[in-house]
Design a protein around this ligand. Structure first.
Ligand SMILES: [Zn+2]
Length: 285
């Protein structure tokens, strides 16, 4: 299970990928910046598989919502951010506020676990995103993801004020905010056990970035190296950055540059015109 946490001066953002994502969304370069080993020992980074614990009585004490999770969105609850949900209603990813010290604590204490359970005469895998006493609270609500009733989420509904939300408009409808505590799945094809048990925890300080040019950004620490290059040369370098497939110019590209040395850089490019993603090395004298 891949869980990422970016922390910085402005916000601490997390993302839980509940199903495998293709590699280009999170490339090797980004992974190389993972700071998790600075915070804990490698043997602390695990997702335990628990097979002999009886937890279904705790699930039976919770309320099971009548509607699917998707149907009740903005009716019975709000979420912290938008969630990624596929065309059938299965959640693929959860965006959340995740304070980095809390994330480190959760990983260190092996809070992310997969339970093999029997519930309502069926076998499921239950994935937990918090400590057991939070996941198995009887006040929590279980939502089916689809009418197939083969995957569910456990959420805790909290008053928005508790999360520090403030309403400027008195007439704004105040709905509780759903915090994800667990996923219950009998769909190994959508949420493969092998993936759920693979601990891919990523944490990185987000130092912010600078715009070098419209569409081209550069890590704050590397901006100094960029600034060292003469203005004329910089213009020449940027001119060479075009889409290798459709030849779209810089203004159609999203580009991140990483300085390799004082006379070479790696650019990671996404073309908004043809959706091509590629890496280009630029060198100069
Ligand atoms: Zn292109």
């Amino acid at each position: 299970m891949k869980i990422t946490c970016y922390y910085g001066d402005h916000s601490d953002m997390g993302y839980i990928s509940l199903k495998p994502v293709s590699e280009n969304q999170f490339d090797e370069y980004e992974w190389s910046k993972n700071e998790i080993s600075q915070h804990m020992q490698p043997d602390q980074i695990t997702i335990p598989y628990v097979i002999d614990e009886v937890v279904s009585p705790f699930l039976d004490r919770m309320t099971i919502a009548a509607h699917t999770f998707e149907e009740d969105y903005e009716e019975g609850y709000d979420t912290q951010f938008g969630n990624d949900i596929d065309e059938h209603g299965y959640i693929t990813g959860i965006e959340l506020t995740l304070y980095h010290d809390r994330f480190i604590d959760l990983v260190k204490n092996q809070v992310f676990k997969v339970f093999k359970i029997e519930w309502r005469n069926r076998e499921y895998h239950l994935v937990t995103f918090d400590y057991a006493n939070e996941v198995f609270k009887k006040e929590n609500v279980i939502y089916k993801l689809t009418d197939g009733e083969d995957a569910f989420v456990i959420v805790q509904l909290v008053e928005p004020e508790q999360l520090g939300y403030q309403y400027t408009d008195e007439n704004d409808q105040k709905r509780p905010v759903a915090l994800f505590k667990g996923l219950i799945s009998a769909r190994d094809d959508i949420y493969p056990l092998e993936y759920l048990l693979k601990p891919q925890f990523f944490i990185r300080k987000d130092e912010g970035y600078f715009w070098v040019e419209q569409g081209v950004r550069c890590d704050a620490v590397e901006k100094e190296l960029w600034d060292f290059i003469s203005l004329e040369k910089r213009a020449n370098i940027l001119e060479t950055i075009i889409c290798e497939k459709c030849l779209a110019a810089l203004d159609s590209l999203d580009c991140t540059i990483e300085m390799k040395s004082t006379n070479s850089l790696i650019s990671r490019i996404y073309c908004n015109q043809c959706e091509h993603r590629f890496v280009k090395v630029v060198e100069w004298d």
